[in-house]
Design a binder for this molecule. Structure first.
Ligand SMILES: NC(=O)c1ccc[n+]([C@@H]2O[C@H](COP(=O)([O-])OP(=O)(O)OC[C@H]3O[C@@H](n4cnc5c(N)ncnc54)[C@H](OP(=O)(O)O)[C@@H]3O)[C@@H](O)[C@H]2O)c1
Length: 215
């Protein structure tokens, strides 16, 4: 079992925390006000799920998941470089400027990607990008969709991607649904997939979906 720190206790962070703790991992959910309880604490996994500030969560986890707003993540995570050194950083965030209705509008880093910039800023950390191309509910219940979904994986370190693929398995992802696209520069493609998402949400609401490959 792995010690996992999650940065951000919003929809994504709490959802991942619950499922990973239920799978037997020890999870520290890092939030700005750790004393506030959340729904994540009420599902029978209390012994494996604790709350801390984000720096402590980054320090405690062997694997750290970024589930904070992507637009401001580069500066925030660079400030955690000491805590993140030697670790795997799983970035599930999307770095976007909001449109007028609050949904993702433009990319913050056109021609690059948050994942690439994080990897450059954190050379002692192995960054793996995944799970940013679906509604948060699908991250932990991929088998509930009518068709097989895809979890794209990008990263420079093969062993780190293997470890993250194992975690995806704990979240319910079958190996055939996991698509290793290559090194961290491939995250540029999956981060750009966010551009289709606001249009899907405006048409269908927050109905579970994933931007997937079919063959
Ligand atoms: N929602 C989705 O379906 C979905 C799908 C794929 C990817 N994503 C990406 O995943 C990330 C999280 O999304 P979400 O839907 O969970 O968002 P959310 O519900 O707004 O939660 C984000 C959390 O990040 C923390 N946070 C917010 N501003 C912060 C700041 N300035 N500094 C530090 N922490 C801050 C907050 O946690 P605390 O208040 O506990 O500190 C907040 O609860 C985003 O990058 C999003 O693009 C979301």
């Amino acid at each position: 079992m792995t010690s996992i720190g999650i940065l951000g206790a919003g929809r994504v962070g709490q959802n991942l925390a619950r499922k990973l703790a239920a799978a037997g991992h020890h999870v520290v959910l890092g939030r700005r006000r750790p004393q506030e309880k959340t729904a994540a604490s009420a599902v029978g996994v209390e012994s494996r799920l604790s709350f801390a500030d984000q720096r402590t969560a980054a320090r405690t986890g062997d694997i750290v998941i970024n589930a904070t707003p992507g637009g401001s993540a580069l500066e925030r995570l660079t400030d955690l470089r000491t805590e993140l050194a030697g670790k795997i950083l799983v970035d599930v965030s999307n770095a976007t400027h909001d449109a007028d209705d609050g949904l993702p509008g433009d990319l913050c880093y056109p021609g690059s990607s948050l994942a690439e910039l994080l990897q450059a800023a954190l050379p002692d950390t192995r960054v793996v990008k995944t799970l940013n191309t679906m509604l948060f509910t699908v991250m932990t219940a991929p088998g509930d969709l009518d068709a097989s979904p895809t979890a794209y994986v990008s990263g420079n370190d093969k062993q780190a991607k293997k470890t993250v693929s194992g975690l995806l398995g704990d979240l319910g992802w079958q190996p055939a649904w996991i698509e290793d696209l290559g090194d961290i520069t491939t995250a540029r493609a999956t981060e750009a997939m966010i551009l289709v998402v606001p249009h899907i949400l405006r048409r269908h609401g927050f109905h579970p979906f994933a931007v997937s490959l079919t063959r």
